[in-house]
Design a protein around this ligand. Sequence first.
Ligand code: NAP
Ligand code: MN
Length: 275
Amino acid sequence: MKYNVIHRGDDISIQLMHSFHRLIGQYGLVHEEEHPDVVLSIGGDGTLLHAFHQYKEQLETIAFVGIHTGRLGFFADWKPDEVELLAELMGEAAQQNDLRVVKYPLVEIQITTAQGIETQLALNEFTLKGVDATLVAQLHINDELLETFRGDGICISTPAGSTAYNKSLGGAIVHPSLDAIQIAEIASINNRVFRTLGSPIILPKHHHCDMYPRANQNILLSLDHVYTQRNDILSIRSMVAAGKKVKFARFRPFPFWSRVREAFIGYEPLGENKS
Ligand code: NAP
Ligand code: MN
């Protein structure tokens, strides 16, 4: 089994990377940057997003795992003082050729411009925002007009990303066993003249949402942590990525809802008075 490490660049993450190289070498794993089987991200959830985008052409064969240094991570769910345990469990999995993974759905977007169609993938979400004015875009679901949106923007997230930007927008947390995407509004304008649905909506796989921004608008497009400004977009289609998922290596059970509790509520056990 081959592995690579992607780190945030701070001293603690770099130190942990050196420890990990030393520990995992004892189990015969080989360091390989081009085509690893496991990618260890050391840093924050943002570091894991970097790792995902670096290896997004190889999702079939790569499993990701993350150690969080600093703040509590959601994707990066191993603590720095567990690096020895992680190396041991990864080493055992490699020796027994038994790498357990969980697979999470992704969002795929197809951007249509006068030049053609570009396809992109996101692990958390993509967002569309106006740069110098309110975003105006028609929203169609399965080729039928839903609404004309006016406001700051629109966020389309995966279940794994439902705990990120989407959560700040009042979107629901969605279990990643569901093949779905969620559309959440960012500060829509609603009054007697302009109307949007106002609630986040969840689309199952095989459904699609098309957005047609008003012509020549300057648009800020984000895909996870990557932002680009453009004015050539004719439409954007989003849907659950067909046949493409991200794999996370699971060397011990850590259910999604436990991660939600640890990331957002804390570790405190319930006291006597549970009401
Ligand atoms: P960042 O500003 O560090 O990210 C914002 C926060 O979101 C950080 O605490 C980050 O954790 C956390 N996070 C990332 N993915 C998450 C997930 N799937 N579940 C729960 N928390 C998650 O920027 P970044 O590290 O480059 O990450 C980019 C992401 O930031 C975007 O994909 C978007 O989801 C999120 N974001 C959120 C808002 C908002 O909530 N208003 C606005 C813009 C972007 P770490 O500190 O461990 O990195
Ligand atoms: Mn971050």
